[in-house]
Design a binder for this molecule. Structure first.
Ligand SMILES: [Zn+2]
Ligand SMILES: [Zn+2]
Length: 350
């Protein structure tokens, strides 16, 4: 079997040289090698990681070697198949697991591929999906036929929220989601769909709090309001919340969460903090019997199955989170929207 498409050129959004910015370039359409598939990209969403790469911060300079096509949250139709591909078929709409695993390290051998010691990321370490075509390993293609391509792309960040939410049981529990960016908004919807007894969301941006209400939050509160902690305690009958899904990476949000969590509660930590975070461990964590879970990536393939089950059952509609759909050529507007925080998920349609 060989690629049906492979000749010709394509448009792609790439980091051409070390430094801030990106460029829309022409590139040869890649060909799938053994175990790989060629996708026609139907939708690719922009994430905070892309903004870091765009702005070229310290992390970006350490991890990305230009030239590199960006984009790791994507949906595509299989249009070419490399030798040895057996599961995925031409014409399939697929979502993409963005992490590439070695399959050989101790973590991979234990079935913990999301913690692979040699983890690489599509759109950072290899060419990504802000392009008309992309080649990915068959193992990273998750069949998603019948779903809206923008929703298919959203499965990647949503998977992070699914992983965080289901680190322990959530049904019937009182839940606080701190931070209402796209992943936090997904977490609100997931908690609601999974039967949480109460879903509280906090953020400091009114636009995002409105989206949290749309996604099913019982209470969407301004984290900077001095009355917010009292409102949360009141809503839980003075007991505090049983589950915290920390999606903000803000030390103040974590601090607040520690004050409104019940004794014996659990916190899933997904937001990435900038540097060290001082927390009072003895009285606030140890003597409260709290459990802190560090959540990274998506469990392969358990998280993907749960994510699809939520979407396909109709229990969860994530389309309100997708606030903008733009052509690839409109990338300047897309990055501007993301930086403004006045957007949910911004999706590029190559
Ligand atoms: Zn992302
Ligand atoms: Zn590995």
């Amino acid at each position: 079997m060989t690629a049906t498409v492979g000749a010709g050129t394509m448009r792609a959004l790439a980091k051409v040289e070390a430094g801030p910015g990106v460029e829309l370039i022409e590139r040869q359409v890649p060909e799938p090698g053994p175990g790989e598939v060629l996708l026609r990209v139907d939708a690719a969403s922009i994430c905070g990681t892309d903004l870091h790469l765009f702005q070229w911060d310290e992390w970006a300079a350490e991890n990305l070697v230009p030239p590199r096509i960006l984009g790791h949250e994507l949906a595509g139709t299989v249009v070419g198949i490399g030798p040895g591909v057996s599961r995925v078929r031409e014409g399939d709409l697929v979502g993409v697991e963005s992490h590439l695993f070695c399959w050989e390290c101790a973590q991979c051998q234990r079935g913990e591929m999301h913690l692979c010691r040699d983890l690489r990321v599509i759109g950072v370490h290899v060419d990504g999906g802000f392009a008309e075509h992309v080649v990915i390993p068959e193992a990273n293609a998750v069949e998603s036929n019948g779903l809206d391509p923008a929703v298919v792309a959203l499965q990647e960040p949503m998977g992070n929220a699914v992983h965080a939410a289901f680190a322990e049981p959530i049904e019937g529990r009182t839940v606080l989601v701190t931070g209402c960016g796209p992943i936090g908004l997904c977490a609100v919807g997931i908690a609601r769909a999974a039967g949480a007894a109460l879903v509280v969301a906090t953020d400091t941006e009114p636009y995002r709090l409105d989206l949290a209400r749309t996604m099913g939050a019982d209470l969407a509160l301004d984290a900077s309001d001095p009355g917010t902690e009292a409102r949360i305690m009141e809503a839980t009958g003075g007991d505090g919340v049983e589950v915290v899904l920390e999606m903000s990476g803000s030390p103040r949000a974590l601090d607040q969460a520690l004050r409104v969590i019940t004794r014996g509660g659990r916190i899933s930590l997904l937001g990435i903090f900038n540097g060290a975070v001082p927390i009072e461990l003895s009285e606030s964590v140890i003597m409260q019997g709290l459990r802190l879970h560090g959540i990274f990536g998506r469990r392969i393939y358990d998280t993907w199955e749960r994510t699809q089950a939520l979407l396909r059952s109709g229990a969860l509609d994530v389309t309100p989170i997708i606030t903008h759909r733009l052509d690839l050529s409109e990338w300047p507007k897309a990055f501007e929207l993301l930086a403004s925080r006045h957007a949910g998920k911004v999706v590029l349609l190559p």
